[in-house]
Design a protein around this ligand. Structure first.
Ligand SMILES: NC(=O)c1ccc[n+]([C@@H]2O[C@H](COP(=O)([O-])OP(=O)(O)OC[C@H]3O[C@@H](n4cnc5c(N)ncnc54)[C@H](O)[C@@H]3O)[C@@H](O)[C@H]2O)c1
Length: 319
């Protein structure tokens, strides 16, 4: 008998091929992720893959055969953790697939903002080729202070890329030992406020929790350097968007870039959409060709490894 896998929302063909070429598995792609359809379909399956749709108790209580949920990604705020813990459903993540793609996205945002790429682009298209050097402000990364807040998989990939630009990297992560940070070339700060005051560039890489919600708010932004830049590729809600908008308008910081938003898709009336001091991307830091292939493969491989009892500990979320 074959294991039946629900592939909830499309994943890269390289991941699907793993299931197609394995004699013990069959899969069905589910693109209608409405609650009604998931309640109707999912009870049939032994495991599922999951992108951004919500799997809450309302749906999961119909899925008595389900043994594992394999997230295409590392965040899992769209899964009802209490329910799956109580009902012995395992949660798997693509722990090694996406950190580099996110780290590169951050570097591209640091550079685009510092070099005012979109402003230059706009001016050239308008025919303003002979700009005065002082009309558009740009900066170098050389010798600047960078704060990485959250030093897990992505923070650790980001630090070497930052150091390659000859910067000083400060790290705030209360759960990581100073020795580890030092080994990676970073300088530990015990309080985020200290790091924020020193930093020319800040990048956030922690989960959204009660502790980190609205962590970056107006009063914090007020303490930062006037020429500083802040990037959020972690989770919307860690930065208070309205307060960020206010801080940008008041010139408290130079710029910001967001890949994640408190409501996704970003709402049409979000004032940041009209603010030119901010660069936005649609939760797409992992959308590189290479990363989508790696994530597709890791998502389905995790299911196979799980049923063969050889799942790597780093891929299994401790509930
Ligand atoms: N934009 C994207 O497409 C994308 C892709 C992957 C991950 N993410 C998000 O990026 C974030 C980091 O991912 P990761 O894979 O590096 O996660 P990780 O679990 O490997 O690392 C998170 C780190 O945050 C630290 N942390 C927890 N609470 C903290 C706090 N209050 N202050 C400072 N540090 C704290 C933890 O100690 C840990 O080291 C997560 O929010 C994840 O959901 C976004």
């Amino acid at each position: 008998m074959k294991y039946k896998i629900a592939v909830i929302e499309e994943i890269h063909k390289d991941g699907l091929e793993l299931l197609e070429n394995h004699p013990d598995y069959e899969y069905e792609l589910i693109t209608d992720v409405s609650e009604t359809n998931l309640i109707n379909k999912l009870p049939d399956f032994d495991a599922c893959t999951l992108r951004v749709s919500n799997l809450d108790e309302k749906i999961l209580k119909h899925c008595s055969k389900l043994k594992a949920i394999s997230r295409h990604g590392v965040g899992f705020d769209n899964v009802d953790l209490n329910y799956i813990k109580k009902n012995n459903i395992s949660l798997l993540i693509t722990a090694t697939a996406n950190a580099v793609a996110v780290a590169e996205h951050v570097i591209s945002m640091f550079l685009s903002l510092s070099k005012s790429i979109s402003k230059y682009d706009e001016e050239v298209r308008k025919g303003n080729f002979k700009l005065n050097a002082d009309k558009i402000q740009t900066f170098e990364l050389l010798n600047k202070n960078i704060l990485i807040a959250g030093f897990g998989r992505i923070g650790k990939k980001l630090i070497s890329r930052c150091l390659a630009f000859d910067t000083n990297v400060y790290v705030y992560d209360p759960y990581v030992d100073e020795k580890i940070i030092k080994k990676f070339g970073g300088i530990k700060v015990d309080k985020i406020e200290d790091g924020l005051k020193k930093a020319d560039y800040v990048s956030l890489h922690m989960p959204l929790t009660n502790e980190t919600k609205n962590l970056i708010n107006y009063s914090v932004l007020k303490t930062m350097k006037k020429n500083s830049i802040i990037i959020n590729t972690a989770r919307g809600g860690i930065i208070n968007e309205l307060e960020l908008e206010k801080a940008l308008n008041e010139g408290l910081i130079f710029g910001a870039a967001l890949d994640v938003f408190s409501k996704e898709p970003v709402e049409k009336d979000n004032p940041l959409l009209k603010n030119k001091k901010v660069i936005l991307s649609p939760h797409s830091a992992t959308f590189t060709d290479e990363c989508t292939s790696r994530m597709g493969i890791e998502t389905t491989k995790n299911i196979i490894d799980f049923f063969e009892n050889k799942i790597d500990k780093s891929m299994l979320v401790k509930l």
